[in-house]
Design a protein around this ligand. Structure first.
Ligand SMILES: [Fe+2]
Ligand SMILES: [Fe+2]
Length: 490
């Protein structure tokens, strides 16, 4: 009997879940897929065709060609998979950028390998990819670009190959973490200096180890000019990064920090026209930032995303309780739960319009619908029920989608806990605060809102602790300290 009841409960839960709109995967159009496939084929042809030019053409050269062709094609496919895994919101333009850079480098190796050092060919694209797509994608790109050499008659000095691989890997790792243009400039100075020193130590004294027949892509006198060229190309790349950001919608750390500037016109408008929402936003930024740091997520992304999550409320600020300031509540005046639900949904739809108008990158715009997910507008749903109106629960749910990343899920939880924590009694204990937080988080979990977010139970526990820490900070700020006449300013 117990089994039947639990199975019935599971079925009821699944049925309820099926009534909620589900995850919308990023779509890549057929044309984009075809373009990506053709570029991959082109990379494979460029990387392997020289094997077919070896005369006399024998079975082993054909086999080598086939092997290199397949190897490059599979490597490009793995690179795309890695970039998709690291950036779930990646779009086709960005995939095209990553593989086009690989195509350019392979073509450059064919035509310029004997004149330009591999350092200048591999490191600058690695910098662009690490800034826009993250370190793991950049590392995958660097390994393919370093290992695949299209011309079998050209061999790179093994030490030079090692130096370029190390320098490019350093750029790939640091590039993904760098948070300002100034740090980028430092990187463009220190990496060429590092390359110069290591070439001088490892290669300048190692000329004996070069193998005869091969055309060596290195000349001893070129050490300095190669490093200088690398510095120039890196500086030029840094200058071009903003262009890549706008053409390919790349979201670099520097761009994130620029967007988080509170002097941005949209944020200024929010602070002037919807001060209550602005205050709510700032508190949410604090909660979300602390929680994201605790689970080792992307703090810069959530800080910026949180800042823009409710910009849609600018379409009708006084319809939201935080901006009413004791004045009349328009929802009471219209006394229509359906219209009120429409106004609430409009803060998501209008937010997305603001995001488009202000050219906000997609990962930031995603916070707007995902922070509300498919949550029920409980208050108006209850009101409609009291009025005995013919209603469906879906009419009183946000349109979604539910959070698709850890960061948007944390924002949803912070959004839910903010009002409750703000309203908590100053004398409340930590236990009471954690109970309130747990109740709110559990209700969202039970509603299936966190199902696509990848948050583990351990991470949810850490998020609760982070929210508690922020609440303790707020409580500390609210404590009135006694001031004496003589000690007013200390
Ligand atoms: Fe909202
Ligand atoms: Fe909000």
């Amino acid at each position: 009997m117990k089994n039947i009841t639990s199975n019935m409960k599971k079925l009821l839960y699944l049925w309820k879940r099926s009534q909620v709109p589900i995850k919308q995967p990023t779509k890549v159009s057929k044309i984009d897929n075809l373009i990506i496939f053709l570029i991959c084929i082109l990379i494979s042809i460029i990387s392997s065709y020289k094997f077919l030019l070896i005369s006399p053409l024998n079975l082993s050269s054909i086999f080598s060609w086939l092997l290199t062709f397949a190897e490059t094609l599979i490597s490009s496919w793995i690179l795309i998979l890695v970039s998709k895994k690291e950036n779930p919101t990646i779009n086709s333009r960005q995939i095209i950028l990553i593989i086009s850079l690989l195509l350019v480098v392979q073509a450059a190796k064919l035509s310029l390998a004997s004149t330009i050092s591999p350092l200048s060919m591999i490191i600058p694209p690695a910098l662009i990819i690490s800034q826009g797509m993250g370190s793991i994608t950049a590392l995958a790109w660097v390994s393919i670009a370093s290992l695949s050499w299209p011309d079998p008659s050209i061999a790179v000095n093994s030490n030079l190959f090692f130096i370029s691989l190390v320098c490019a890997s350093v750029v790939a790792v640091l590039g993904g973490r760098i948070r300002s243009r100034a740090q980028l400039l430092q990187l463009s100075i220190f990496v060429p200096i590092g390359a110069l020193l290591s070439q001088w130590i490892l290669i300048a004294n190692d000329k004996i180890s070069l193998i005869d027949k091969q055309e060596i892509v290195f000349g001893n006198g070129k050490i300095f000019s190669d490093s200088l060229l690398l510095a120039i190309v890196m500086l030029f790349t840094i200058l071009c990064i903003p262009i890549f950001e706008s053409i390919f919608g790349l979201l670099t750390k520097a761009r994130l920090l620029e967007l988080a500037d509170k002097e941005k016109p949209l944020i200024r408008r929010l602070s002037l026209e919807a001060p209550g929402t602005f205050e709510h936003t700032l508190l949410i930024c604090g909660l979300a930032e602390e929680a994201t740091r605790m689970i080792n997520g992307d703090v810069d992304l959530i800080k910026t995303g949180a800042l823009y999550h409710d910009v849609g409320k600018l379409h009708a600020p006084n319809w939201f309780i935080e901006n009413q300031d004791g004045s009349k509540n328009p929802h009471d005046e219209i006394d229509d739960p359906f219209r009120s639900a429409e106004v609430l949904q409009a803060h998501v739809d209008e937010g997305l319009k603001f995001a488009r108008k202000n050219r906000l990158p997609k990962p930031i715009a995603n916070f707007i619908p995902e922070h509300q997910g498919t949550l029920k507008m409980g208050y108006f749903f209850q009101k409609a029920k009291e009025k005995n109106l013919k209603i469906s629960e879906n009419d009183f749910r946000y349109k979604g989608p539910i959070p698709q990343s850890k960061e948007t899920a944390i924002l949803m939880l912070a959004d839910g806990c903010e009002a409750a924590l703000r309203a908590m009694n100053i004398n409340a204990t930590d236990n009471e605060a954690i109970q309130t937080i747990s109740k709110i988080i559990y209700s969202r979990q039970k509603d299936g809102q966190l199902d696509n977010s990848d948050l583990s139970l351990g991470e949810i526990y850490l998020i609760k602790r982070a929210f508690l820490n922020v609440w303790k900070r707020i409580r500390h700020r609210r404590i009135q300290y006694p001031t004496t006449k003589n000690n007013t300013f200390s």
